[in-house]
Design a protein around this ligand. Sequence first.
Ligand code: GDP
Ligand code: MN
Length: 382
Amino acid sequence: MDLFEYQGKQYFARWGIAVSPGGVADTVEEAVTQAEALGYPVVVKAQVQVGGRGKAGGIKLANNAEEARQHARNILGMDIKGHVVKRLWIEKASDIAQEYYVSFTLDRSRKMDLGMLSAMGGMDIEKVAEDNPHAIARIWLDPVLGFSEVQAREWVQAANLDPAAVEGVVEIVQKLYRCFIEGDADLVEINPLILTPDGRVHALDAKVTLDDSAAPRHPEWEEYRSLIFDMLDSRERRAKELGLQYVGLEGSVGIIANGAGLAMSTVDIVNQVGGQPANFLDIGGGTGADGMVNALTVINEDENVRAIFINIFGGITRGEEMAKGIVEAMQRVDLRSPIIVRLDGTNSAEGRAILQEHASDRLIIQPDMLSAAQKAVEVAGG
Ligand code: GDP
Ligand code: MN
């Protein structure tokens, strides 16, 4: 689960990491009220779960109420890489002497925690890694052994930061690692971590991904979950309630596949043959008729859908069970659109035989994935 910047900063603050004071605003008036309370200059920041907000025009400095109003008006409702801005974070502006980058994440290949620190902050770290790989100081940590001050100091020295920043950064990276471990995060990232002209070090941005597997021991995460839920579109909300792995898209071909990889390939192939997928939906394995009913219910409520492409590759889940699930689901859900099925893998012959008994212009069985995609796109009207 990804947090919004302001939630990430609130999370950081629990481990004593310095952040700027600020407040949330959902309307232009709230933004001005927050700005007035903080005192100018303030920064008006779009709250969307995607990087590069600054470049997209979603981060603006305001020196007075008029500017705060203007920026809030422009940024609310703005589309940043497909994310619509519904909430702002208004923060006291900082003076910046230096911008650094720091993060902790998991290095799966080494089975260790990986810390990255760079004097080249404020920009895409992927770009720094590509153009100046030596500008990133890396440290691998064993979570059982922890992170000593000596290690922190050596790491910070290796990053060649401004000497004035060293003490502050040594302190903050230790707090950030505790936040990463105790806070059960998969990723904590500060970009930029700044040095102010008067020698203070603090977090100007926050990216936190929480480890969903740790949710049972964090009842307080419920607050984040319900907010993220509020931000979903109505189809995605419905899917979540039904426990489906669903992502809403804009097109007319509804998609159901068993397995996330197959579902992604299905989205790709529909695009490839000139269609527009209405969604991504992984029905998983062994869900039977109930899972198929839930999946078809969500897709059926999407008014853009004109054809439903069910793409099944039987593995542990056997083909005839999937076929029975589809037939039963069709009896239980009053579908607006025809179904096009591709069924392969374990017991596919038995599965197809069951489907054939019910074949009609509402249930079309195709021999392979490509022809099924083409048929679905044709039925949806291109
Ligand atoms: P991102 O573009 O989504 O990563 O958003 P950030 O929160 O990192 O902000 C982008 C850039 O805006 C930063 O790298 C800073 O250069 C600038 N910025 C953000 N907050 C402030 C601030 O308080 N003062 C100043 N001077 N610049 C800021
Ligand atoms: Mn940033």
